[in-house]
Ligand binder design. Sequence first.
Ligand SMILES: [Zn+2]
Length: 155
Amino acid sequence: MGSGLNARAVKKVNPQVYPGPTLIGMSLLSPPCPCGTGHALADCCGRWHAGAQHLHAPDALALMRSRYSAYALGLSNYLLATWHASTRPATLDAMPPGLKWLGLEVRRFQATGPHEATVEFVARSKLGGKAHRLHETSHFVLEAGHWWYVDGQVR
Ligand SMILES: [Zn+2]
């Protein structure tokens, strides 16, 4: 019988080498999202950065991840557009020369009220060859149907 041989052959296939047509398609069409989910940018934070769902991150965590990605991609306009008016700076240079964002680690996502949430995270970057680690708890509010970044407490 050939079925036994086929079963063994299937078992040998490494899922990391053959992730399936969907994953292969995504990785060819879009770079991986800087926020580190392992998803393609277009299927992750890119959905909130531009297009039909622009500025519609569904919760504070999604907004926080998309803002980290916006820093990594130099999307100053997106950062300003998701910043609450009460704390928003007039201008923003999201990508100073020599700054490179290396990764995001979300530590804690907590609803602190019906329209408020905090996200604690560690973001690693490098500026002029020097490593930097930002450990922050960001505060977000839901207002007028959108989540907004209000401020952050560096820990
Ligand atoms: Zn993302």
